[in-house]
Design a protein around this ligand. Structure first.
Ligand code: FPP
Length: 260
């Protein structure tokens, strides 16, 4: 165990994932199939967000991370961006009481300074209002998020620490580097779900997904409901997570764990 990177949890085999990350894709297609504006797909997608957050909390998943807006999404038509920001603000206002009631702590990762000020304000308000006290689940929204940029900003901060004499280059290892990422205090995702049939990471949690189990479903995000989530969790349960170890090593680790 000692030799394994901090991100590796071989003993977590076959259990409920501690951290689920979701690439919520297909809102636009869902709307287009119905002859609706793309925005209507995002509106319907918010209902899937609510369903998934509730179920994750009910099942006892500790971390749920949703890719709500990518760095690349800034290139979308300004009307769509405005609508998405408005939906996000409405979601934050509407869901706050339920988050508090269910001890869900909200967090946000990404280049948040790029977000409109009103969104930044609402986010900060909801994060503060759900922080402190008991936390049963951390809900993280990735907003204006890009995995490569996250790594670059980590390198910049790290380089500053070296220049300032706070850190020596030889002290850098994977565990230390991970502390410079937005996700510093979170475990890596165990399961990443992507909807609408695309087999891509799309710049989401690049560093953190080194050992993550990937699950792709053809279901479009606005159609993703409890059954779909259960299917993803069931597929995860059936996966054989070995983290580069042999089956014998995993069994030995499990046996030693059950003795302690
Ligand atoms: C991808 O669908 C989805 C997005 C770019 C935004 C996701 C946003 C939501 C689900 C609603 C707001 C979120 C919260 C947390 C309140 P797409 O438009 O790329 O679909 P397409 O690939 O079919 O065009």
């Amino acid at each position: 165990m000692k030799d394994l990177p901090e991100t590796v949890h071989p003993l977590n085999n076959n259990r409920l994932p501690r951290h689920v990350a979701i690439i919520m894709d297909g809102n636009g297609r869902w709307a287009q199939q119905r002859g609706l504006l793309r925005i209507k797909g995002h509106v319907a997608g918010v209902e899937s967000v609510r369903t998934v957050v509730r179920l994750a909390r009910k099942l006892g998943i500790s971390y749920l991370t949703l890719f709500a807006f990518s760095e690349e999404n800034w290139q979308r038509p300004s009307m769509e961006i405005r609508a998405l920001m408005a939906l996000l603000r409405r979601y934050l206002h509407r869901e706050l009481p339920e988050m508090q009631e269910n001890q869900i702590a909200l967090r946000a990762i990404g280049n948040l300074k790029q977000l409109p000020e009103a969104v930044q304000r609402d986010l900060a308000g909801t994060i503060a209002a759900t922080a402190g006290g008991e936390t049963q689940m951390v809900l993280t929204l990735a907003l204006s998020y890009g995995g490569r940029s996250e790594i670059v900003q980590a390198v910049q901060t790290l380089a500053q620490d070296i220049l300032a004499g706070r850190l020596k280059p030889e002290e850098i290892d994977t565990a230390l580097f991970a502390r410079y990422l937005y996700t510093a205090d979170m475990p890596d995702p165990d399961l990443m779900i992507r909807t609408s049939g695309e087999y891509r990471l799309s710049n989401f949690l690049l560093w953190q997904s080194a050992y993550t189990e990937l699950y792709v479903t053809d279901t479009l995000w606005p159609d993703f409901r409890e059954d779909d989530f259960h299917q993803a969790l069931e597929a995860y349960r059936r996966r054989d997570r070995r983290f580069g170890l042999t089956q014998e090593q995993i069994e030995a680790l499990e046996a030693s764990n059950s003795r302690h």
